[in-house]
Design a protein around this ligand. Structure first.
Ligand SMILES: Nc1ncnc2c1ncn2[C@@H]1O[C@H](COP(=O)(O)OP(=O)(O)OP(=O)(O)O)[C@@H](O)[C@H]1O
Length: 306
């Protein structure tokens, strides 16, 4: 996969106050990268720099190899951006708004009609084209904000706190929409909610006080969530455990104990049954902790139990 976005040692100061300290990361097409951090961590500032609406104090942003500062028009033509406060005009109808967004992107009329139908279908807006933006629910307003960011089929889509203020149903719909966007583009979103990033993103960067403190592949974390530790009597024979249907992988971890990764469709109950059917007594079976929550809270200097 080729590199879609390269962020190279970005810093930013406001007056004498440093707000970002040397951010460095990359993004590939098809990835959803989450910038996770508490309020004031620098997420919005970072996204504004990536979207070309704010200049960095130093460092470079390359989008498909195009330097954002040297060739801003070419670079911006390849990205769609939904700021923290969606740029909506309450007196515009959804169709008028999307047409306006397309004209700002200099799309020819013929192309625009097709593009509007496409983004409305993708964002679930087809039946509200004639509704005023100001009369839509927060969830639909957010969809309209995302639709304007997608109108020109960008390679990179940047969403600042897209789930903020949405109810649980709207959040679930948003997650589906983000997945559909990532089929054709790279996505970066910011959030202060760990569970939101875990649900939507393939990779996460934890930001705190403008510093990039941790980076993790969430697909590996998701697999790790299927890990359990078992202690068995008699002491387990690895090959016999590996042959059990619920088991994807197994490795010894201490006396009479194994760390087992369950197959996607398997449950811990099925594993327990299977082990007992094969003559093992179960002394212990417990889920292995995924450590992202612990890492997040230790990054921001709080205990995870807080
Ligand atoms: N235009 C500005 N002038 C001065 N300081 C600013 C400006 N914009 C942001 N800051 C400061 O930069 C720091 C990072 O702000 P930023 O909005 O990027 O954080 P954030 O992680 O997006 O927070 P939130 O989740 O609250 O939106 C904060 O201390 C903020 O007060």
């Amino acid at each position: 996969m080729s590199m879609l976005l390269t962020v190279d040692q970005i810093t930013r100061r406001f007056g004498r106050k440093p707000v970002l300290h040397g951010l460095r990361f990359y993004l590939r097409r098809g990835e959803v990268l989450g910038l996770l951090g508490p309020n004031g961590a620098g997420k919005t500032t970072a996204l504004r720099i990536l979207s070309g609406t704010l200049a960095p104090s130093s460092g470079r942003v390359l989008l498909s190899g195009i330097d954002m500062q040297r060739s801003p028009r070419q670079a911006k033509a390849r990205l769609g951006y939904l700021p923290e406060r969606a740029p909506l005009y309450p007196d515009m109808r959804v169709d008028e708004y999307l047409a306006f967004a397309g004209r700002l992107r200099r799309m020819p009329t013929g192309e625009l009609t097709e593009a509007m139908a496409r983004v409305k279908a993708q964002c679930g807006l087809t039946h509200v084209g004639q509704r005023l933006l100001g009369r839509l629910s927060k969830g639909y307003q957010q969809r309209a904000g995302i639709a304007q960011a997608l109108i020109h089929q960008p390679d990179l889509v940047i969403l600042d706190e897209p789930a903020d203020g949405l109810d649980p149903v709207q959040i679930r719909e948003l997650r589906g929409l983000i997945r559909s966007i990532a089929e054709n583009a790279g996505v970066i979103l910011s959030s202060h909610a760990l569970h939101e990033v875990q649900a939507s993103c393939s990779r996460v960067i934890i930001l705190h006080q403008g510093r990039q403190l941790h980076e993790a592949d969430l697909r590996l974390q998701a697999a790790a969530a299927r890990d359990v530790q078992v202690r068995l009597r008699p002491p387990p024979v690895l090959s016999s455990v590996l042959a059990l249907p619920p088991v994807e992988t197994a490795e010894p971890c201490g006396k009479d104990a194994l760390r087992i990764r369950l197959r996607k469709e398997a449950s811990a109950d099925a594993l327990a049954r299977s082990l007992m059917e094969h003559g093992y007594g179960l002394l212990e079976l417990r889920p292995c902790r995924t450590d992202l929550e612990q890492v997040f809270f230790s990054c921001i200097g709080m205990e995870s139990a807080a």
